[in-house]
Design a binder for this molecule. Structure first.
Ligand code: ADP
Ligand code: MG
Length: 696
């Protein structure tokens, strides 16, 4: 018998349906209005909502509530408060007020703030984001929340995201009004985040300090079989994995998350989950929850879920595809090629707005996907390169090229296209998704930003995307606003914008070495490492951009810049120290033990037959001995570099870590991996790549 998913879908969410049922009519209406208009919440409405929310939460087994927020670490944070209040006579009542709903006060002084709170205020406050539903997790009512300091500086990833959505909406609406769509009041951005992950046996995970402390394997020799046969991609799911996926889907559905597709990925033990897209801030929350549940459900099934971008060298890493589009409150997808001449013109205008944005702010997009973990992917062999370019597909590119050169558009005879007057030849949808190597691909009615790392919050990339596109639209509006002939002005604007920014369009193979040279000729940025990318964050044009839309002020930009570099350096530091620890405390003792074993076996053999040569054993001992000496030297050098690093800070430290620590870690690894191939696997202290990846 098939189960009735609709019976429990969203049962742990205080969704619209619950609000409609439980709130007094006028409060419900006012709340909806507040949400639709993106206004702040009035305290009277908040009181009504808080009461209903509490009643619902108690009925569903919650005893605590928390303002669930996303500090700049990129993970979620929560501080649980019980609903209980003393009621006299030693009794207790369960209370939750509007004030507590809209404003909490976490003493969150150890969240990264880039120095903001040190200089201003020691505490921050949190405020409910009423556009994202509250939900119950672990008997706790979780209230999706934005987080600010008392002086108003933003301390989280949600606030800037909400501001960027607002900015984009405002600019897009102005453009739509010029096209006569005066009924449109809001434009929202939609996101569908496809999530990749690895599942390995929990027992293997627990035996590896590198996985526990850093999320990736710092050493590990190649297994006899790799992913060369590609026999895992879309392969049949193993029973245990299938049980895990089913359980995960159920947990996600209860939280109202439309987990839709699950399949195996290219690397062994790698999988993907894709949800149905939704409003961007909700998609951000849901992706965070998805990652959290992936890990939790894994434990229950005896797995460890790895969300690191590159858990295993030599195997594909994990990314996240950020599918992004724009939708009006009247239901039009603004990145869907239209059918009427006017709709075509509008589509092309929004399209070139994105092209201009991506070209002008390659640096910001690159930063939004930069991390120590993702550096192992971007520029590797399976992920997009570090160079940002856009895939439009041949048909669309031809149309834009024809418009730019003033020549007739293919399929339209000799006629030159006039935007707003002629109909475009149809842009076939399925052919637009052929190129899987592009970092930023148009896929028929949305863009797919493919550079995100698997462990990322999708907040930053979307904050950036929304803001840079808002900037293009603002420029467009200023130019079109007073135009005498609107159609002609749009045509001219599309033509010129495309000509100015066509260098960012590349439909070819992004992995080909020729592309790197070609991109350089075109003057595109190639920011290889995260510290290189971060260096561009504080360029005046970027400070101006975020400042003009009130997303970040200059103080916040500087704080964020500090945090980015700090997080990078800390990650690399932990990796280096973990590796030194593994070598000194586990690998060298293991190799010593093996050498002792070999020596005593030689000795006992010689005791029986004195003239025996024992050549292979002796060769092995001498080889191991040379390698361990080398390992000791290289590890001491790494340790020395770790100490040298303390002389640097900020961006300099990040560059030092990238330049010196990472390459030295690589050099230590080489010796470890050679040793692993010689030492008896019963003595080697870690499960091998083969054991971890082929035995689940
Ligand atoms: P794949 O990239 O694996 O081929 P699809 O192209 O079907 O898969 O994209 C899947 C993702 O794109 C899903 O998460 C889906 O919800 C999302 N998506 C589809 N339409 C939109 C849209 N208009 N806005 C944002 N995301 C969308
Ligand atoms: Mg995809």
């Amino acid at each position: 018998m098939s189960e009735d998913v609709s019976a429990y879908f969203g049962c742990m969410v205080f969704n619209d349906e619950e609000m409609r049922l439980r709130l007094p009519k006028d409060i419900y209406r006012q709340l909806k209005k507040t949400i639709a208009e993106g206004k702040d919440l009035d305290i009277n409405i908040a009181n009504g909502v808080a009461h209903a929310m509490k009643t619902w939460a108690l009925e569903n087994g919650a005893t605590h509530y928390t303002h669930w927020f996303q500090p700049m670490t990129g993970i979620t944070a929560e501080k649980h408060e019980a609903f209980i209040n003393p009621a006299g006579g030693g009794r207790v009542i369960m209370e939750f007020s509007g004030k507590e709903l809209i404003k909490g006060e976490p003493d969150a002084s150890s969240f990264p703030s880039g120095g903001i709170r040190a200089t201003f205020e020691a505490r921050g406050y949190t405020a409910w984001d009423p556009t994202s539903y509250a939900f119950i997790k672990d008997e706790t009512l979780c209230i999706p929340t934005a987080f600010c300091s008392f002086s108003g500086e933003v301390l989280d990833k949600k606030t800037p995201l909400l501001r960027s959505m607002e900015a984009l909406s405002e600019e897009a609406v102005k453009i739509l009004h010029l096209f006569g769509k005066t009924d449109v009041k809001r434009v929202i951005t939609t996101v569908g985040a496809e999530q990749e992950y690895f599942l390995i046996d929990k027992k293997d995970y627990e035996r590896r300090k590198d996985l526990i402390y850093t999320g990736r394997t710092l050493i590990g020799a190649r297994s006899p079989k790799g992913q060369e046969l590609e026999d895992h991609y879309f392969g049949a799911l193993r029973t245990r994995v299938s049980a895990y996926m089913k359980d995960l889907d159920r947990q996600l559905w209860k939280l109202g998350i439309y987990a839709k597709t699950s399949h195996n990925e290219v690397a062994p033990c790698q999988h993907e989950l894709a949800p149905v897209f939704t409003t961007t801030n909700v998609a951000v929350d849901q992706n965070q929850l998805t990652m959290e549940l992936m890990k939790k459900v894994a434990e229950k099934h005896g797995f460890a879920c790895l969300l690191h971008e590159k858990p295993f060298a030599g195997f594909n890493g994990s990314g996240k595809h950020n599918n992004w589009s724009l939708k009006s409150d009247t239901g039009i997808n603004l990145l869907e090629p239209g059918e009427s001449p006017q709709d075509n013109a509008q589509f092309l205008l929004f399209l070139v707005a994105v092209i201009k944005a991506v070209d002008e702010y390659q640096d910001l997009l690159r930063i939004s996907v930069a991390s120590a973990g993702n550096d192992h992917r971007l520029g590797g062999f399976e992920a997009p390169p570090a160079i940002i370019s856009m895939f439009l597909g041949d048909e669309l590119t031809e149309i834009l090229e024809a418009l730019a050169s003033g020549s007739p558009v293919a399929g339209r005879g000799k006629m030159q296209m006039q935007l707003g007057v002629h109909v475009l030849p149809p842009v076939p949808k399925d052919t637009t998704d052929r190129n899987r190597t592009s970092p930023f691909a148009f896929t028929g009615n949305k863009f797919e930003f493919r550079m995100l790392g698997s462990s990322f919050s999708v907040a930053d990339p979307n904050t950036t995307l929304n803001t840079i596109v808002a900037a293009s639209l603002r420029d467009f509006y200023n130019e079109l606003e007073g135009a005498k002939d609107f159609n002609l002005a749009v045509q001219e604007l599309v033509r010129r914008t495309y000509k100015e920014h066509r260098r960012i369009v590349f439909n070819g193979n992004n992995y080909a070495p020729e592309w790197i040279r070609e991109a350089e000729k075109r003057g595109l940025l190639n920011l290889q490492s995260s510290p290189d990318a971060y260096d561009t964050f504080l360029l005046q044009k970027n400070i101006d951009l975020f400042g003009s839309f009130k997303i970040f002020n200059s103080v916040e930009m500087h704080a964020r810049y500090e945090i980015l570099n700090e997080e990078y350096s800390k990650t690399v530091h932990i990796e280096a120290v973990t590796l030194v620890d593994m070598v000194n405390k586990q690998i060298r003792p293991a190799v010593d033990r093996y050498m002792t074993e070999l020596s005593s076996s030689v000795a006992s053999r010689k005791a029986v037959i004195p003239q025996l040569e024992c050549r292979s054993a002796l060769e092995r001992i001498s080889k191991l001995s040379v390698l361990t000496d080398e390992l000791a030297d290289r590890t001491d050098r790494l340790d020395e570099l770790v100490h040298q690093a303390s002389a640097y800070q900020g961006s300099e430290l990040a560059h030092f870590s990238q330049r010196s620590l990472i390459s030295q870690m690589q050099s230590v690894r080489e010796v470890c991996d050679s040793l692993e191939l010689i030492v008896d696997e019963k003595i080697w202290p870690y499960p091998t790549y083969g054991q971890m990846l082929f035995y689940v």
